[in-house]
Design a protein around this ligand. Structure first.
Ligand code: ADP
Ligand code: ZN
Length: 749
């Protein structure tokens, strides 16, 4: 939740059940309309001519503007009745279903988010109120062209090949390999007909009865189990665990097939939607057509089409990023959360929600199944399976001949490396071996840019961001210094901004670009590809690069976290982790879990096809419990130990936490507010919760705002949200103070 002056009052007004309310309002009835505007309540209006349904999407006047809203129930009637205006019109969209309204209310209550912000999430498509827009389509006309040319013939043949279907100008030109003017010429002669057609076309039907791959016994049993659950038409969550390459995707695609065959919709959430070309191809192969693809890179027209078609039941399957959870499904039968442990499921901006948890909430409301798939589940899901709340399916082996890579530590205390090099002699030899055999190697470092620190050798100054308490990171590829907190960048200076010495600035520490440089020097014959999200202009370019690499366009892949996620490089047999200790340094309660997951995921990139793989972890602390667990591959033992430690500390998933961030341009304002909250903790004490802080946040200044943190800890069963809203309501938000509540915080910066 994020509050600024004015919105605090909306807290917890969301939870009124609407079960026995009328489903239809007649013209002139007083109704409440929820809008996405930052107001503290739904506003009263009169139902329009012809009446309106509960949940209908409507356009209402608000001051001088017209805004989108949803009919939310009977009006409150506490406003001057003579001033109440009428709904302008009911939009041509399926009304929001009761289950969706319920989902939004409960998600709002859980995350302490005002309802308008929730509605904004559920209407993230432009032009929902516009009349259906039209576009030109082309099909075979009635007459023949006066003069037949080669190009003209190709157009007519292309149309004939597709059974005289209609196409857009560009599609048809591409299919026939002609310019658009050839088609225009045919239109002029009546040989091709030009027609208007609505732009928001339904998605092609997917065919779940097409044959899937022949599953192994293990996989088939898992798929059958999931299919049974889907058909049973009730809520349930299954944790699908299996090492990378064990066929989890194949198994849950069968659950998708079961949902589609039962006439229900399915949603597959992926963490890095921009990088799913490979996945989409697999879906298309399995079901014979492309599913809807929902992500931030989609065009406005695509978004609108998907939103509408999902609402009309004419998109059966959506592959999406986390916000796809808020699409208006009519008949959802299955939600898959792939790589469920991935931290990108937690939205860290605006409405702070965890898509994995919200998927479970939505499914429990609409009575459908959830599959959480991962090679390295989150401790939350692992514990829920242990406690019997989730079912658990384990795929034991990798598919076919592929076996898990052998993992070894490279003890960096025994390697002598100069301070500006990071690839040890042992790792270098291992890479050379692979190159000699014509196989691929990957070097992994979880740091973007060239070097994390730029130091002045004359005065010792480290270049920081002007707006944040963070160092600027050199990005040599972009020739700039970039702040990874706020995104601010500036040209790389030649003089020290502190002492003005010229030419004394030096990079310190490795980033992925610098590692690329080192690899180029060590392996001059090899083709090296550096993969980092900021090095490609677009997701499309990155996708193309990854595809090329998978097909063998590089010998050595150097990458950040980006490469740990699910890509399939069949010829990759060695993964070298440059700094396995990196994630262990923080004080984050999930540091061990994250390192364990990331290292297992990265190592899982090696040896996916028929060649065995190897993972080498460079570490200065090979005896560290987490490093030992990673190397030993004793996952259950690791989870059990980690669970026990968290249980003892009373932290998630065995206790509850909420993070509070107060920020203001003026540090004193934020601290005063924090101290006041810490003193007035009666609402929290009543439920046995404790407050820690206020303390300056680890990154004490971001974008010019000073940040102060409080942390609230409570027992798992404590009614935390209710107590939190009473507690923060005591604070008068004034001036430029901002309060953010993060339930189940994942990051603590
Ligand atoms: P995961 O999702 O667990 O990483 P995938 O489902 O992506 O595993 O499977 C890994 C690779 O093995 C993929 O290329 C997939 O097509 C292939 N594969 C898995 N199971 C089968 C099967 N039963 N028949 C044919 N290929 C399979
Ligand atoms: Zn900054």
């Amino acid at each position: 939740m994020i509050c600024d002056a004015g919105t605090l009052k909306t807290l917890n007004t969301a939870a009124e059940p609407f079960l026995s309310l009328p489903e239809f309002y007649h013209e002139g009835d007083l109704i409440a309309v929820l809008t996405a505007q930052p107001l503290d309540r739904a506003l009263d209006y009169r139902a329009p001519e012809g009446g309106c349904q509960m949940g209908a999407f409507v356009e209402v006047p608000l001051g001088p503007r017209k805004v989108l809203g949803v009919v939310w129930g009977p009006g409150k009637g506490d406003y001057d009745l003579s001033k109440i205006r009428s709904v302008i019109r009911v939009l041509d969209a399926a009304p929001m279903r009761e289950e969706m309204r319920d989902f939004l209310r409960r998600a709002a209550d859980y995350t302490l988010t005002p309802m308008p912000a929730m509605l904004r999430l559920a209407t993230r498509a432009p032009g929902l109120g516009d009349p259906p827009s039209m576009r030109k389509i082309y099909r075979r006309g009635t007459s023949d062209p006066e003069r037949m040319t080669d190009a003209r013939k190709r157009v007519l043949e292309a149309l004939k090949d597709y059974g005289d279907l209609a196409f857009t100008l560009r599609e048809l030109a591409e299919m026939a390999g002609v310019t658009t003017s050839v088609i225009k010429g045919l239109v002029a002669q009546g040989a091709v007909a030009e027609e208007d057609s609505p732009r928001d076309l339904p998605f092609p039907r997917l065919d779940p009865s097409l044959p899937g791959k022949t599953l192994t016994e293990d996989q088939a049993a898992g798929a059958a189990h999931l299919a049974r659950e889907v058909v049973a038409d009730r809520y349930g969550t299954t944790l699908l665990r299996g090492v990378t390459g064990s066929g989890k995707t194949e198994v849950y695609l069968e659950a998708v097939a079961a949902a589609l065959a039962a006439g229900r919709q399915a949603l597959v959430l992926l963490p890095e939607i921009a990088l799913t070309a490979e996945f989409l191809t697999r879906v298309e192969e399995r079901f014979g057509a492309k599913p809807a693809e929902w992500h931030s890179g989609a065009t406005m027209t695509e978004r609108r089409r998907i939103w509408r078609m999902v609402g009309q039941g004419q998109a059966q399957l959506v592959i999406g990023a986390r916000s796809a959870l808020f699409l208006p499904f009519q008949n959802l039968g299955l939600i898959v959360v792939d790589e469920e442990h991935d931290t990108s499921y937690k939205q860290e901006d605006g409405v702070l929600y965890n898509a994995r948890d919200m998927a479970v909430l939505r499914a429990s409301i609409c009575g459908c199944q959830v599959v959480l798939a991962s090679a390295t589940p989150s401790l939350e899901s692992w514990a829920n399976a242990e406690a019997g709340k989730y079912q658990r399916l384990d795929l034991m082996a990798r598919f076919g001949a592929a076996v898990l890579p052998t993992m070894r530590a490279v003890d960096m205390r025994g390697e002598s490396l100069p301070s500006d090099r990071w690839i040890s002699a042992s790792l270098q030899r291992a890479v050379e071996d692979r190159l000699a055999q014509g196989e691929q190697a990957m070097l992994f470092i979880n740091r973007r840019g060239y070097a994390p620190i730029t130091l002045c050798r004359a005065c010792g100054h480290q270049i920081g961001c002007d707006h944040c308490d963070a160092r600027m990171v050199e990005h040599r590829f972009l020739k700039r210094l970039v702040c990874h907190q706020c995104g601010e960048s500036k040209a790389m200076p030649t003089r020290c901004p502190s002492c003005d010495a010229e030419g004394r600035l030096a990079p310190v520490g490795p980033g992925v670009e610098r590692l690329g440089e080192e690899a180029t020097a060590l392996f001059p014959q090899a083709r090296i590809a550096t993969l980092s999200s900021d090095m490609y202009g677009s997701a499309r370019a990155l996708k193309a690069e990854i595809k090329g690499i998978a097909e063998g366009a590089a010998d050595i892949i150097i990458g950040t976290q980006l490469v740990a996620k699910g890509h399939n490089f069949p010829n990759l047999t060695l993964v070298g982790v440059i700094d396995a200790d990196l994630g262990l340094q923080g004080s984050d309660l999930r540091a061990a879990e994250r390192t364990f997951q990331l290292m297992r995921q990265v190592a899982g990139r090696a040896g996916r096809a028929d060649k065995p793989g190897e993972a080498l972890l460079q570490t200065y602390q090979p005896e560290h419990a987490v490093i030992r667990a990673i190397l030993g591959g004793e996952e259950e033992a690791f989870w059990a130990a980690e669970a026990q430690a968290r249980q003892q500390a009373g932290v998630p998933p065995f206790g509850r936490m909420a993070g509070i961030i107060l920020s203001a341009p003026d540090a004193a304002l934020a601290f005063d507010a924090g101290n006041l909250l810490a003193r007035q903790d009666a609402p929290l004490r009543r439920i046995g919760a404790q407050v820690f802080g206020p303390a300056a946040a680890p990154i004490a200044r971001v974008r010019g705002r000073h940040r102060v943190r409080l942390l609230v800890k409570a027992e798992k069963s404590a009614p935390l949200q209710e107590a939190l809203s009473k507690w923060v309501a005591q604070l008068r938000i004034r001036g430029d103070l901002r309060l953010t509540i993060d339930i189940d915080p994942q990051s603590f910066f």
